[in-house]
Design a protein. Sequence first.
Length: 588
Amino acid sequence: MDIFSVLTLIGGLALFLYGMNVMGQGLERLAGGRLEKLFDRLTSSTIKGVLIGVAVTAIIQSSSATTVMLVGFVNSGILKLRQSIGIIMGANIGTTVTAWILSLMGIEGDTVWLRLLQPSSFTPVLALIGIILFMFLKNEKYKHIGMILLGFAVLMYGMEMMTGAVEPLAEIPEFTNILVMFDNPILGILAGTVLTAIIQSSSASVGILQALSATGAVTFGSALPIIMGQHIGTCITAIISSVGTSKNAKRVAVIHLLFNIIPTILVVAIYYPLDALVNFAFADSVVNAFDIAVIHTIFQVVTTIVLLPFSNLLEKLSYIFVRDKGANDPMSEEEPVIDSRFMSTPSFAVAQCKAQTIRMAMLAKRNITDAISLLQKWDKSIATRVSDTEKTVDKFEDVIGTYLVKLSSQEMSLQDSKTVSTILHTISDYERISDHAKNIYASIKELHSKKIDLSKKAQSELDVMCRAVEEIIDLSITALRDNDLYSAYLVEPLEEVIDQIRTKLKSRHIKRLQKGTCSMETGFVFLDLLTSLERVSDHCSNVAVCLIQVNDDNFETHEYLRTVKTSGEEFDSHVEKYLIKYALPKKG
């Protein structure tokens, strides 16, 4: 093997790793927002978690990437630690898909059908189709398919280059002697661990082993410990990603490591003593790329079956390695948690931002509810919480907005781009809703400090408007969280009713002032409260209109509002229903 063969090997490895990365990115972008929906549907069932882990990892072609996402999701509070265990198990099975794709390199035969199955036959065709889709079509979906095909073609060309470069090694006794050393389980596991930790991909590491198998010098005895080491080495990515995260996020990385170390220990403790006694004949048999894919898959499937019943034990072990120090996790439940590790996977980054936006919206809603509750009974602790929550919501707006501006430079699917646009438009509205909660609190504080009360009539009228405002906030959050356009359409009729209520209450209040049944001091506070509540409904309207228009690719806000309010019977019908639901008490 001369210097040119070494250069070919290095070039093949570079193409192989690049092709795997491009194919994974294309698959992830084609999946778009559907990947995070798989996580959203996750239940407490570990078996369903396993299936989701298999699906997601098969799509993005990387168990490391899946685990890094889990670390981020648990860190962000989107997933619980227990929910992540099944996905970790499934990810290890999903990563075997790459090995099966690469095993096509070993297909031999002279028949037309067998030759068509050989990568050297179909890879050029896929590359041609891929470049046409990627360069000449404008449809985003087809571009992503083209990216997948190009990535696959580059990956297979890289694999062929590596295979061709290492074939001469079969004639070198020193190389054979090196591989024989890996029959020693400790050396083999160490080699697999170090190689995979360096390139941070077990799929790529297994691919390299499959390329080496073309020399005819790789035996079952040397392949098994290397594969076990590769499973351990792939954990380094999750471990690195967990640095600086919450304790539960660190436990995800620990569970991933334990899930790969425990079966390795069991195999070393059971298989090798038996081999020493029985001397398994297959241990010295030569393996090819297909055999390595089989070993890789069987090991992962058996590991999952064996450890699946002990998922709770894995969780308990993670608590032993990452202990709570008698205090709560320093990360407050009300602090925005945006994980920069998701930048490389835009669809998950967008899902994370949407989850944080929903948290922000819920905090804004709670702030309004808290502020309104002060009308019934003044509570200093609730008043303090309103002020503190308003600052927290401000922080959410700043963190989410800054992150999304950076994320906007990344390539993403059309659906993800729409979600980013929606979030950027709506976070300011929820921040303003929280501001109005503080304004409501300030108005009520003035009443409390001056020891004056609203009349029972004014109080009962305000209660009606407050209930309507609380419902319109709920509608806007439901519309945003579920992308529920029907709920979004219901916002505008309710906003119209709230406007009418404000006009009527203002008119009634002026009459009370004229009659002298209400003081000027109370009057100003009452009008301020009406204004704050009405503006909350305006911001909910902004959220709903944004959702509808982004979905329709239409940003003519004023034209939409003019059209919907003059659209006839359906809008009027909803307005009438809300007028009945929020009918004001009779004048008196």
